[in-house]
Design a binder for this molecule. Structure first.
Ligand SMILES: Nc1nc2c(ncn2[C@@H]2O[C@H](COP(=O)(O)OP(=O)(O)OP(=O)(O)O)[C@@H](O)[C@H]2O)c(=O)[nH]1
Ligand SMILES: [Mg+2]
Length: 246
């Protein structure tokens, strides 16, 4: 098995994950240890109202590989990733959801894809033919509709921008992070659109995704805001050429 080249930074945004964040961190630490490379895990608690922060601190006492970022008000998953990224010192960077719907062991598959396809970015994709996804039908519908919108507006070479596991080479990601304005769920799209814009090679990889929450947390309000943010990205990209100027 190939070793990871250089250092890996794993960024894990967490909002009200008190029930599982300790075990998610332990699981990710154990998995990353097995990769045989230098690594760090950066957990970002974005104003959680439950005991997430206490649980993160309990996990930090057992490892010096953990960095914790915390602030008081909840701003959004995208903003949390952005804050976490400011502390990243790796050659490659992973974004992974803290609920571990996708197990961190799958980072290795993304890494293999990066190497084989000489990609700058590898994203986990629910739409990859080899993916195994266990999640409710209404989420599939939302995901398909969103794909059609994204395809029409941006013509990105990917079928699923929203899955919670992504691997980036540090340099291109650093180039685009300073331009990102979206704070919540369309953040992933804004990052990918910008990486595509600067000529990065983006490849999709299969994932095994098991929905851990009994009830999903994505509300109609989130869908509405994601739609608005998506249109705003289109406006900035194609109409006012914001990303070219900044
Ligand atoms: N820091 C931070 N993390 C967030 C925020 N919203 C979601 N997250 C985290 O981002 C990851 C994905 O969010 P989820 O709520 O699981 O979104 P999802 O996977 O699309 O939805 P579910 O299917 O309900 O799990 C999880 O690790 C969350 O804890 C936020 O506002 N701030
Ligand atoms: Mg989730």
């Amino acid at each position: 098995m190939e070793r990871f080249p250089g250092k890996l930074s794993i960024i894990m945004p967490a909002y009200n994950e008190g029930v599982r964040i300790h075990s998610s961190i332990q699981e990710t630490l154990g998995t990353a240890e097995g990769f045989g490379c230098d690594y760090e895990i950066i957990v970002v608690d974005d104003g959680s109202e439950d005991h997430t922060y206490k649980e993160i601190l309990r996990a930090t006492s057992s490892s010096d590989k953990l960095k914790v970022v915390r602030y008081d008000s909840n701003i959004g998953k995208g903003f949390a990733l952005l804050q976490g990224f400011k502390h990243a010192t790796g050659d490659t960077v992973v974004f992974i959801d803290a609920d571990l719907d996708i197990h961190p062991g799958q980072i290795r598959i993304l890494f293999d894809y990066m190497r084989i396809y000489e990609a700058d970015v590898v994203i986990g994709s629910k739409k990859h033919p080899q993916s195994e996804v266990y999640y409710p039908w209404h989420r599939r519908v939302t995901s398909n509709v969103y794909y059609l919108v994204v395809k029409t507006l941006f013509n990105l070479p990917v079928k699923d921008t929203q899955t919670g596991l992504k691997l980036f080479r540090y340099e291109p990601l650093a180039k685009v992070m300073s331009k990102i304005l979206v704070k919540r769920f369309a953040f992933d799209l804004e990052v990918l659109v910008n990486l595509h814009r600067i000529g990065c090679r983006i490849v999709s990889a299969p994932v095994i995704l098991k929905f851990v929450r009994r009830f999903g947390r994505i509300s109609y309000r989130d869908v509405y805001h994601t739609a608005l943010d998506t249109l705003a990205i289109f406006y900035r990209l194609r109409i006012i050429k914001y990303y070219d100027r900044h």
